[in-house]
Design a protein around this ligand. Structure first.
Ligand code: AMP
Ligand code: MN
Ligand code: MN
Ligand code: MN
Length: 283
């Protein structure tokens, strides 16, 4: 049986392993097909490609795009995209600029709240172009301002707390246009994380399909068993292919491991059985 892990991060965004180290680890753990899906960048793909050439592992070049939808943030994966597609690269470049501006605003807000030096701290922690809240979290923990990641995402950087900045990311239509234009397959990442009501979830699935969306990440490192079964039902109802990915960020979160995922539930069609997958991965 082939082991698929279609969602992972490297130092090109907020992961802690380099693309090469990530692929080596995936290979050691028995992953056969790995998608590198850094936040809003394809910068890790070239190194990952070089590493995969020496390993018995198929690399799927991917990206996890930040999307604003109905005043909330969603993550949409683009699997098997052409990493040199100019329109996609342009779109991602815009998001990278927004991340830079947001980081400056977060830095100001934290300084006003009595926490100086955050922007410099974040630049120290980020090893690629992407400035992420994860890097702010690492700074806040290192400087003793926060106790843990959970503390940060509860008491800082979120609505109503110090260091919160609202951001208008790509629209759903834009993100799907970029992914499709680059020959990729759009997949809604970790759908249970958004805490959507049934009717909102239905609306999202409808709009997503309408705009060319293809898959739902039914099996995720951040879904429990009930959430997985719920999303399996959504994927069947809305005829979205099922994807699975750990959302691995590095060994610092030992409860998430590469390739250690539940199987795709009964009645769902894995995205790698779709014709679109065959076409996209043959390109
Ligand atoms: P950003 O895209 O820069 O706003 O940062 C979002 C990132 O923060 C996500 O991709 C996760 O890696 C991380 N994150 C969000 N919520 C949590 C949480 N509750 N615990 C740990 N990490 C989180
Ligand atoms: Mn992340
Ligand atoms: Mn995500
Ligand atoms: Mn992710």
């Amino acid at each position: 049986m082939c082991c698929y892990d279609l969602h992972s991060h490297s130092t090109a965004s907020d992961g802690t392993l380099t693309p090469a180290a990530l692929l080596e680890k995936a290979c050691t753990l028995g992953v056969n097909v790995l998608a590198l899906t850094d936040h809003d960048t394809l910068d890790g793909v070239a190194e990952a490609r070089r590493a995969s050439a020496t390993l018995d592992l198929q690399l799927i070049p991917g990206v996890e795009i930040s999307v604003s939808w109905k005043s909330m943030t969603l993550h949409v994966l683009g699997l098997s995209v052409d990493p040199d597609n100019p329109t996609l690269l342009d779109g991602l470049q815009g998001l990278q600029v927004m991340r830079e501006q947001r980081a400056q605003q977060i830095g100001h807000k934290l300084a006003k709240a009595g926490i100086p030096g955050a922007l410099e701290g974040v630049r120290r922690h980020s090893r690629g172009k992407i400035l992420s809240r994860t890097h702010f979290a690492q700074f806040l923990i290192e400087s003793g301002r926060a106790a843990s990641m959970q503390d940060v995402f509860k008491n800082f950087l979120v609505k109503g707390k110090p260091g919160y900045v609202r951001c208008e990311w790509a629209s759903l239509e834009q993100a799907l246009g970029w992914i499709r234009g680059a020959g990729g397959l759009p997949v809604i990442a970790h759908p249970a994380r958004y805490r959507l009501t049934r009717s909102k979830l239905r609306t999202l699935a409808g709009e997503f399909r309408e705009a060319g969306g293809l898959g739902l990440e039914v099996v995720s490192g951040s879904h429990n068993r009930d959430e997985t079964l719920h999303m399996a039902a959504v994927s069947r109802e809305h005829k979205l292919f099922a994807s699975c990915g750990s959302d691995y960020h590095g060994p610092e979160k030992p409860w998430v491991e590469l390739g250690r995922l539940r199987g795709i539930p009964e009645g769902c069609t894995p995205i790698w059985h779709s014709e679109a997958w065959t076409v996209a991965t043959a390109a």
